[in-house]
Design a protein around this ligand. Structure first.
Ligand code: MZP
Length: 496
């Protein structure tokens, strides 16, 4: 037994000191691009993303809809592996086949939904229309469209979506094979503001006239050499011999082992399999780890990137259940040191994803300053319209469901199984406050990260890693930060 001569510290225990802000440090000059997969140190990574944010490999987080939205704003989602291989491959394919100009993010309501509820659901939704379906779920049978212009809240207060919607019989729709230019043609010819694209009686996407007018372009989009959106996918160390080929075939850009504890020979075996079968054509990330030994083991086994973090996730109870974990800051600082030493020795840079327990945007800035290349987030994305979980109202507030992969609900035996079954839980099943659209949230987070880097005098993440100066925060400083004040709720929280 050995006890490390250090205290396990969280990200909240650090602050950044401002650096010299020069004329170069303008928002337009700040480059948030991050490497995602291993490469020669000092050179560019094969896969770089313009927004250093990736989504957690979780049922409640990474759906194709979220993956499309996140890739559009420059991040990357990892479609979760806690599902049948063919279903996961179909999710990956859906993202790779996504067509620009077709919005997959939809608000859906049932015909019996009260208009007051429809109005609240649409508040803050930039495109302002909801799909009416038989079940009220986005993939239910399509009945019509309803937007804020279709009703007057006071006049129609007691009416329902079904009574005010534009029914499917009166609407021009298009099949999923329609091209964007044909879709726009239909919109203009039929004086419609929205065109539902239908497959098997269900809406698969919407084309909006206002997108055409706004020439909506995603300047940071994560795209491959064929301009298709990029997407990642989770794998496990059990069915990898079947899952990896199916995901590669579907077009996944990068894979990642999904495990709470990645320091194992099982991960090395998966990496070896991928290396033997695909050489350098397939990238497989590994983890999670919390120290330099584990990083080196996975880097030497060929990991494309390594994920850092055990026990910090918002829904995680691993520390209570198994006594395993490490404060995210201590884990990250240790692994960053090992990553840099490995790069120095071998000339190979293995990027790091800081995964779990980031409670606010400043934690992302701190993690990037400490040396993380990208941030993996679960709770952050679960709160948004694009996540696959249900949105519901509790005590007048809107929430979205969020459950851990170690919870009974997820039944993720490949990640958490004890002898192939789940004998105890390592995660909880709960709700997180609803926070609106991914597009708005990521834009705001990007603005905050940019502002932090400007204050610290850095215009790119490499300089930020090198030049950031951090201090530990005393318990007294914590108290001061928490001075009692009744804070006015920000407008975007009260929108619902
Ligand atoms: P967070 O962003 O919600 O704080 O954390 C997300 C991360 O928590 C995931 O990427 C994963 O590593 C981890 N996770 C997922 N499920 C559990 C669990 O049930 C968990 N214990 O710890």
């Amino acid at each position: 037994m050995k006890i490390l001569p250090e205290t396990s510290r969280t990200l909240s225990e650090y602050l950044l000191l401002p650096g010299l802000t020069t004329e170069d440090c303008t928002p337009d000059n700040v480059d948030l691009r991050a490497p995602l997969v291993r490469h020669r140190a000092g050179e560019e990574s094969w896969i770089r993303i313009a927004t250093p944010m990736v989504s957690a490999i979780m049922q409640a987080v990474s759906s194709p809809t979220l993956a499309v939205a996140l890739a559009q704003v420059g991040g990357l989602a990892f479609i979760h592996q806690n599902q049948r291989i063919d279903n996961q491959a179909a999710d990956v394919l859906a993202v790779k086949r996504h067509k620009a100009g077709f919005r997959t993010s939809k608000v859906a309501v049932a015909p019996q939904t009260q208009l007051g509820v429809v109005a609240r659901q649409l508040t803050g939704i930039e495109h302002g229309v909801a799909v009416v379906t038989e079940t009220g779920a986005a993939d239910g049978t399509f009945l019509g469209i309803i937007g804020l212009d279709d009703f007057h809240l006071e006049r129609h207060v007691s009416e329902t979506a079904g009574s005010r919607m534009r029914g499917r019989d009166g609407l021009v729709t298009a099949p999923s094979s329609v091209s964007l230019s044909d879709a726009n043609e239909l919109l203009w010819n039929h004086h419609q503001d929205v065109l539902p694209v239908i497959e098997d009686g269900r809406v698969v996407s919407l084309v909006l006239k206002r997108d055409y007018q706004a020439h909506k372009a995603f300047h940071h989009a994560s795209v491959d050499s064929k301009k298709r959106l990029r997407v990642g996918a989770g794998i496990n160390s059990r069915d990898f011999k079947d899952r990896i080929p199916a995901l590669v075939e579907a077009g996944a850009d990068v894979l990642c082992l999904d495990s709470s504890d990645g320091y194992s020979v099982y991960q090395a075996k998966v990496l070896e399999f991928a290396q033997e079968k695909y050489g350098d054509d397939v990238f497989v990330g590994a983890g999670n780890v919390v120290d330099g030994r584990a990083f080196r083991y996975l880097a030497e086994a060929g990991a494309a990137f390594v994920k850092v973090g055990i026990g910090g996730g918002a829904i995680c109870t691993t520390r209570e259940q198994k006594g395993i974990g490490r404060g995210q800051a201590s884990a990250l600082l240790d692994v960053v040191q090992a990553r840099d030493a490995y790069a120095q020795e071998t000339g190979v840079y293995v990027p790091l994803a800081c995964d779990g327990g980031l409670l606010n945007d400043s934690h992302m800035a701190l993690a990037l300053a400490m040396g993380a290349d990208v941030i993996m987030l679960g709770r952050y994305f679960a709160r948004l319209d694009e996540s696959p979980s249900r949105k519901l109202q509790i005590g007048g507030q809107w929430y979205k469901e969020y459950w851990g992969e170690g919870s009974r609900r997820a039944q993720n035996a490949a990640r958490y199984g004890q002898r192939g079954q789940m004998l105890f839980e390592e995660g909880v099943d709960g709700y997180v406050p609803y926070a609106g659209s991914l597009y708005d949230n990521v834009e705001r987070t990007r603005a905050k990260l940019t502002a932090t880097m400007i204050s610290c005098g850095s215009t790119n993440l490499r300089d930020f890693h090198r030049d950031a100066v951090l201090v530990e925060v005393s318990a007294e400083s914590f108290k001061q930060t928490g001075a009692e004040i009744q804070v006015r709720r920000p407008a975007f929280d009260t929108a619902e």
